[in-house]
Design a protein around this ligand. Sequence first.
Ligand code: TMP
Length: 213
Amino acid sequence: MSANQGVGLFISFEGIDGAGKSTHIAGLAEALSSKGCKVTLTREPGGTGLAEKLRGLILNDAMDALTESLLVFAARRDHVETVIRPALAKGEVVLCDRFTDATFAYQGAGRGFDLQTLSTLETWVQSQAEQVLQPELTYWFDLSPSLAAERLASARVPDKFESQPVAFFEAVRSGYAARAQADPQRFARIEANQSREAVFAEVIAVAKERGYL
Ligand code: TMP
């Protein structure tokens, strides 16, 4: 485990809307818990009272990309300081449904916001003792945007992001691909166009390879 995370383990889960990550996060949490790990299950934007309020604005209110990025990072700051770091310091496993890669993918690649500014915000918000907090492992559930759109069509009422056209999700997907390429050790790409059982088997296999299970 890397030095900037104390004794805990930080894992994030990413992918375009409709990629189907949620059930697998719960499944991995259960597998880790049954091995005796204390698991904190959380999400972004959100994970604290304040950040959940910001989530409501981010997902439902129209705003420019800078405002959106600032709100996402404000929510993240509160979440990192009050939930993620304290849990890692206690040696817990933190499973986080989305983290900063989503900002690079959605606000950066999707909305076309300046990546350098996002990097600056990332450093401000996630730094402590000159180290930038990052997940040790990021599962990237990768699925073609047209398939994801089919899945979403039968799901709940779409929020601001979920109602974006397929072209937006093509850009978001390329944003994830760029982040994965820049940090291949951290990322595990999961082929999400498989049965739920096959996807979960991949999730578990990655955790075993890394020695977490
Ligand atoms: P969720 O539906 O998977 O919980 O994700 C919430 C939405 O927020 C999803 O459409 C992606 C978006 N999002 C961003 O645009 N930027 C971010 O930094 C994060 C964490 C999420």
